[in-house]
Ligand binder design. Structure first.
Ligand code: FEO
Length: 399
């Protein structure tokens, strides 16, 4: 038996918590786990919004049956087809064989492609409405937030938005699901990390979606991951708005690779320069130790970015190289970028970092520092000056 949380009149939370998986998408660590959220609207017709990951199918069915007893489900509304939400789709059809799968053209193509299902479906168009009796649902297509088929469903009766991945974050829901009933501390940074790594590339589509939602009176946001936003809905929307505009806060991330500590000394000097010139938010990452998902989270959070690398086999440090690929995939925009490097007999890292800054179309600071072997006094001072110059630009740039 489960006592499901009622979020609004006859809207119930029926999602599950995953504290087993080590890495989301087999890439991103989950120190606080993750929830796969699903919602049930019980009206003259019953609608389920999204499902959960397949391995939690049994708990999911138990939750549905606790709520519905023997009542059937009329509709499964599919806001997003990624398997963390559509994984239990075939199982649902076994328990509820007459359920109608509701989605747009691309959703239904994916339903067929992933699960070989092409019957009992209802294709809806952008802006179309479906009445459940008392609850009236409208569908808003929001492609690329975060897949091409993604859409959001708005319950205009209860003013609840079922937003798919948007406004979501990592972190399980421990005993409560509403933002007003649980401590939110862990979720905010996990929202940055979730956005940077999962949605990061799609700032433009997120902005379009936000504009599309502007006319709606939204009281509650039900995402597919993390808390249900009520009192803090505007904060969640604001974070997504800032991130999708690539608007960094006043602060800097210094990421460096260092095998024997020489490049790290340069990084320390850059950090000193930043702080000496009034920048308090300085985050340093040893690229070989920090998880890339956390480094990306901070790169999305702050406007300044400094990368340091030793030359390694006539190329960048391999972990720095890997990080640059991850940044490029996300198409991070509007950063103020500085760089430095060291080498023992032939330096190429600064040239490659300069090229990277150009490719990203960032504001590249023209005072890079490159040291041969151990850090000498003149270059130590230049590294401090690099930090000071970045600080100056951060003070005068818009947050
Ligand atoms: Fe949580 Fe894009 O799936």
């Amino acid at each position: 038996m489960y006592l499901n949380t009622e979020i609004a009149n006859n809207i119930f939370y029926v999602g599950v918590n995953d504290r087993i998986k080590h890495k989301f998408e087999n890439m991103l660590p989950l120190p606080y786990g993750v929830s796969y959220n699903s919602y049930l609207i019980v009206d003259e017709k019953v609608a389920l919004i999204d499902t959960v990951e397949m391995s939690f199918g049994d708990i999911f069915i138990d939750k549905l049956q606790s709520q519905l007893k023997n009542r059937p489900i009329d509709y499964l509304i599919i806001n997003h087809m990624e398997p963390d939400h559509s994984g239990a789709l075939s199982l649902i059809r076994k328990y509820y064989p007459n359920i109608i799968l509701v989605g747009n053209k691309r959703t239904l193509e994916m339903v067929n492609g992933y699960y070989g299902i092409d019957n009992n479906t209802l294709e809806i168009s952008d802006g179309e409405t479906l009445s459940l009796g008392h609850h009236r649902l409208t569908f808003y297509f929001t492609p690329m937030v975060h897949w091409p088929e993604t859409m959001m469903t708005y319950d205009e009766t209860e003013k609840v938005l079922f937003s798919g991945d948007a406004f979501g974050c990592f972190g399980t829901l421990d005993g409560g699901v509403l933002d007003t009933e649980i401590n939110l501390d862990k979720y905010w940074d996990e929202m940055y990390r979730y956005y940077a790594n999962i949605v990061g590339k799609y700032g433009g589509p997120v902005q379009k979606a936000l504009q599309k939602l502007t006319p709606l009176d939204i009281q509650t946001i039900c995402t597919t991951h993390g808390p249900v936003w009520t009192e803090y809905a505007s904060k969640a929307v604001d974070i997504y708005d800032q991130l999708s505009r690539y608007k960094g806060k006043k602060g800097a991330v210094i990421v460096y690779g260092s095998m024997y500590g020489n490049t790290e000394r340069m990084a320390e000097a850059v950090a000193q320069g930043l702080v000496q010139n009034g920048i308090k938010s300085v985050v340093m990452h040893n690229v070989s130790k920090s998880d890339p998902s956390v480094i990306l989270q901070d790169i999305f959070k702050y406007k300044g970015l400094v990368i340091g690398s030793p030359t390694y086999s006539n190329d960048l440090h391999p972990e720095i190289h890997s990080l640059l690929t991850k940044i490029k995939i996300r198409q991070v925009k509007n950063r103020i970028f500085g760089f430095f490097g060291s080498f023992s007999w032939a330096g190429v890292c600064n040239k490659k970092l300069a090229e990277f800054g150009e490719i990203m179309k960032w504001h590249v600071i023209d005072d890079s520092v490159e040291e041969k072997m151990g850090l000498k006094d003149d270059n130590y001072i230049k590294c401090i000056q690099l930090g000071k110059n970045l600080a100056e630009l951060l003070h005068t740039s818009e947050e």
